[in-house]
Design a protein around this ligand. Structure first.
Ligand code: ADP
Ligand code: MG
Length: 497
């Protein structure tokens, strides 16, 4: 006997779409955000302020922040789930200032049908009243009216935290939910926090620029946890922000799961949770194993595809900005079990919005790993006002990664040992000056072995890397071109011997 409520809700939804038609002018909002600079965040024109509280380990934890328009479309932010969480979206400046609380233990009496119908009736009537008032306000003032978006959800299929985190959910399903929830930009913050806080750390698996990477278990499955110290909060925030860029998800970009900041009294632990890849980095993999021609093509193709996706700008409300990695190297590529790879460590990435021509963070000239720096980065002639420059510097690094990979390709029993680029030209921890001398002044590049000429895929890889590491950055190939060329490589029977 659910026809009454659903008819009511459908009527409400229909009305709210109508309101959408009258929406004229949307203004960005300022909201309370304790984790942001100045404790304030600003939404895009279509966003909302968000206020929520959830029960975690028996304690109420409140989150206040901004919601992007994409998150609003994600349908899960503006609804609470009974007494487990309460959340609220609002649409005026700093309207999320109030701190929400969950109600103390509610009596668990059965809710009768009469009461439910009354509730629905009262809710329906008051919503209609509100909508009418809002409609009038919108038409009269042509002003901010984002209310409709929060109500485009199908009430018969609410996708709330409990549904997202139901006990039988595995990671793959969660990630699937994440990509189909409509926002395409990550799980709700409270779900991320709940996941992070139920991970059991197992062993340390890597160390890089920031903190340490651990293998952890979540519901019996492996996950990777990158732990930043509170000193590196900006890096943690930045990397989490980049991973949650709308439409970033891709087979060949490390699958982000959650970010969490846990205050343990005197210090804050900052976590970034991602999919775990047991083979580790491409650097680790190539140090131990050689690859077949097919294996080399699969790895090269996936790195090029991941980079092409990062670099690509997708226009539209569900679009993605162009992103440059700025620290591409074999240690920042991870090898998957199926023999393909993902690009990881987006902590230094920069985003570009072509309509405003704004690069989202101030860019200093020399970031990344010295060994992999393009000549124009080393001598600081890079034109940072043009976003293409950052993409071209990535392509140079891609050429070096291809060189490391191709050396380990074994054909007819022949392959080279594993080496880092310029291993024979610079000391083991080269300075900028060491690199500049070799790469800029002498114009040297890694050696391409003669043997590669007799194996077509290796010959093509050699040609590709040369076209990636030209001194003239404008002459370098694009990631899309590299991807297309690698995708056309084929393996013949004689290469398998
Ligand atoms: P940093 O920013 O400190 O360089 P990275 O994200 O590059 O951190 O991780 C450092 C190392 O940890 C990587 O080179 C890799 O060996 C390992 N690692 C990172 N993420 C994962 C993962 N998801 N699965 C397996 N190993 C990982
Ligand atoms: Mg790294």
């Amino acid at each position: 006997n659910m026809t009454l409520p659903s008819t009511f809700f459908k009527a409400i939804i229909h009305h709210s779409y109508l309101i959408g038609v009258f929406r004229v002018c949307l203004i960005a909002l300022k909201c309370v955000c304790p984790l942001c600079a100045n404790h304030t965040c600003e939404t895009s024109a279509d966003g909302a302020c968000w206020n929520s509280v959830m029960l975690i380990d028996g304690k109420e934890e409140a989150v206040k922040s901004c919601l992007t328009s994409a998150e609003m479309r994600g349908q899960i932010f503006c609804y609470g789930s009974r007494d487990v969480s309460k959340r609220n979206c609002c649409f005026t400046d700093f309207c999320n200032n109030e701190t929400l609380h969950l109600q103390p233990d509610r009596p668990t009496e059965e809710v009768g049908w009469g009461r439910l119908q009354w509730t629905v009736l009262i809710l329906g009537l008051s919503s209609l009243l509100c909508l009418t008032v809002l409609l009038a306000v919108c038409v009269l003032h042509g002003n901010r009216c984002s209310y409709s978006r929060a109500h485009k959800q199908d009430p018969e299929e609410p996708l709330d935290d409990q549904t997202l985190l139901s006990p039988d959910k595995c990671l793959q399903e969660l990630i699937y939910d994440m990509s189909t929830s409509g926002s395409g930009s990550g799980l709700p913050l409270l779900v991320q926090r709940t996941i992070a806080r139920t991970i059991v750390l197992q062993e340390s698996i890597g160390k890089g620029r920031f903190g340490e990477v651990w293998r952890g278990k979540w519901r019996g499955e492996d996950v990777a946890v990158k732990i930043f110290s509170s000193r590196d909060e900006r890096s943690w925030f930045r990397e989490a922000e980049i991973y949650q860029t709308v439409m970033l998800r891709h087979d060949h970009i490390l699958g982000f799961i959650a970010a969490d900041n846990k205050d343990s009294g005197s210090w804050t632990q900052l976590w970034l949770v991602s999919e775990y890849h047991e083979y580790g980095s491409l650097y680790d993999y190539l140090s131990s194993f050689t690859v077949s021609v097919e294996g080399m093509i699969a790895l090269a193709l996936s790195v090029a595809s991941g980079l092409a996706h990062l670099h690509m700008e997708i226009i539209g409300t569900q679009g993605k900005p162009a992103i440059a990695h700025r620290d591409l190297k074999s240690k920042n590529v991870l090898v998957k079990k199926n023999g393909t790879a993902v690009i990881a460590d987006l902590g230094l990435a920069v985003k570009h919005d072509s309509t405003s021509n704004i690069i989202d963070i101030p860019t200093n000239h020399r970031v990344g790993t010295k060994r992999y720096m393009a000549p124009e980065v080393l001598d600081e002639t890079i034109n940072t006002a043009n976003f293409e420059s950052f993409k071209r510097a990535d392509i140079y690094s891609l050429g070096l990664v291809f060189w490391e990979l191709s050396r380990r390709c074994s054909t007819r029993g022949f392959h080279e040992d594993f080496q880092l680029p310029y291993y024979d030209m610079v000391p083991s921890d080269p300075s900028i000056e060491d690199m500049k001398k070799v790469v800029c002044e002498q114009g040297l590049r890694p050696n391409i072995p003669n043997q590669w000429q007799s194996c077509e895929p290796l010959r093509v890889m050699g040609k590709l890397m040369r076209e990636c590491w030209y001194t003239n950055s404008a002459a370098r190939l694009t990631a899309l071109r590299v991807k297309k060329t690698v995708s056309q490589l084929t393996v013949t029977k004689d290469m398998k011997d």
